[in-house]
Design a protein around this ligand. Structure first.
Ligand SMILES: [Zn+2]
Length: 450
């Protein structure tokens, strides 16, 4: 347990954070999404309105928000993508319900034989073969490849299939029903030269049957990628020691499909309430609030921040704490405990654990594996920590005992879907986790030598 925990200053200030205060921000963000086509995805008008809202709240609380502008590749999907099994008894699937183009998929029309690589409809977790070139050895040139979820970023699956001569990739998920198809990002648009889609279990089964019967499949993708300027919002509460900084972060952008209330409206609301609660206080270390741009398409905002030439490298970043998904409706209370985390991160995890226990709140360790905005900080050796309420995983019976909720159901059934609206947020969980997040951030900042 670090010497700075518990901290009386931290407890006093964090006590000002309320469910009502958090809710007001979620309501504002939800209204922004509804007025902008149902999304606050990076580069969209809803994203720009989110930036303005966050900067406005910070200014009203007495801060001077600044912006880091960056150009990012925004994927535009105009719709009209197609996927069909050809021939007698063939089948046409529905864009958005049964499949979606992955972010940065190449546009194109492909017709040809389909080959299944390790597709297993009974799989209950990622791990099938689809992550290395060897997994695709021997596929016919020009084949459409059906894969299940591998234990790697989809980028690597598509690169490996592309390298092996595949003409297109359909990544189906055995646990996605109709309307539950989530597109992930392929992160590096310049590397992707073939169409790539996410698809439901039903599509996976139909394509596997087509592969067995040597039937052809036709697919069309229509998306394009264009460069747009987006903004990260930064603000700070000056400490008495100008060279030590605690950075807290959440991401501004939603997925392309929905309003992003749990992901990451809950993190944004938490940081805004922390900023309001701490306004006028004078901690030892500066607290810098970071509202990242373009997380969902590949951590572009946080990476741009740590690699920015204007970043003051003389300062000591005491810690980076990430608030991304804090109110999942069937969720958990996860404390970052990451295998790759930099030295000093253990003390932060221990403080979160002690704080949750002191508040009679069950918790468990989580490792997001480099998929969130703490990763760039890990890369430069900064101690990191954070809280997480759950995304695509399924609540186990043991977890249901600890946290309540429905075993066998997803932690967040609306993760990256249109239904991630206000009704998707568990505001009790959010209030609990926001309070803990604030106590640890403030505890670090008020410590004279954390
Ligand atoms: Zn997120």
């Amino acid at each position: 347990m670090p010497a700075w925990y518990p901290s009386a200053d931290a407890a006093r200030i964090a006590a000002r954070i309320s469910t009502d205060g958090l809710h007001a921000h979620l309501e504002a963000l939800d209204r922004i999404a509804r007025r902008n086509g149902g999304t606050r995805a990076t580069g969209s008008t809803g994203d720009a309105a989110t930036v303005d809202y966050v900067a406005g709240v910070l200014a009203e609380a007495g801060y001077t928000p600044t912006f880091q502008r960056l150009d990012v590749p925004v994927y535009i999907d105009p719709g009209g993508n197609q996927l069909a099994v050809l021939g007698p008894g063939g089948r046409t699937f529905e864009d958005g319900r049964d499949f979606r183009a992955l972010i940065y998929s190449a546009a194109g029309t492909v017709e040809g034989p389909v080959v299944a690589v390790g597709w297993d409809p009974r799989a209950t977790s990622p791990g099938g073969p689809s992550c290395t070139a060897a997994d695709f050895a021997g596929i016919p040139r020009g084949a459409i490849v059906l894969v299940g979820p591998g234990n790697c970023w989809r980028l690597y699956t598509v690169l490996a299939a592309q390298e092996a001569g595949a003409a297109a990739v359909v990544a189906a998920s055995p646990w996605s029903g109709p309307g539950e198809v989530r597109r992930v990002t392929l992160i590096q648009p310049a590397e992707i030269h073939i169409p790539a889609m996410a698809a439901s279990r039903e599509v996976g089964e139909a394509l596997a049957a087509a592969a067995a019967a040597r039937r052809s499949v036709r697919l069309v993708t229509t998306g394009r990628t264009e460069s747009r300027e987006v903004r990260t919002v930064l603000a700070e509460l000056p400490g008495t020691d100008p060279d030590r900084v605690v950075i807290v972060g959440s991401h501004l952008d939603s997925s392309m499909e929905g309003p992003g209330m749990v992901d990451d409206g809950t993190g944004v609301a938490t940081l805004l309430e922390l900023a309001r609660a701490a306004a006028g206080e004078r901690p030892a270390a500066t607290i810098r609030f970071a509202f990242w741009a373009a997380e969902e398409i590949g951590l572009y905002g946080s990476i741009a921040y740590i690699t920015s030439p204007s970043r003051d490298t003389q300062e000591d970043i005491v810690a980076y704490l990430n608030a991304d998904m804090l109110g999942s409706p069937n969720g958990i209370r996860g404390v970052y405990q990451e295998a790759a985390a930099a030295r000093g991160s253990d003390a932060i995890s221990a403080a979160f654990a002690a704080d949750l226990e002191a508040n009679d709140l069950a918790w468990e360790p989580v490792d997001l594996g480099g998929g969130a905005d703490n990763e760039p900080f890990t890369r430069i050796g900064v101690p990191t920590g954070g809280l997480f309420s759950g995304a695509t995983g399924v609540l186990t019976p043991a977890q249901a005992q600890r946290y309540g909720g429905q075993a066998g159901r997803p932690l967040d059934p609306c993760y990256h879907l249109a239904c991630d609206g206000l009704a998707n947020v568990d505001e009790t969980r959010l209030t609990e986790l926001a309070g803990s997040f604030a106590r640890i951030a403030l505890g670090l900042a008020f410590a004279s030598d954390s």
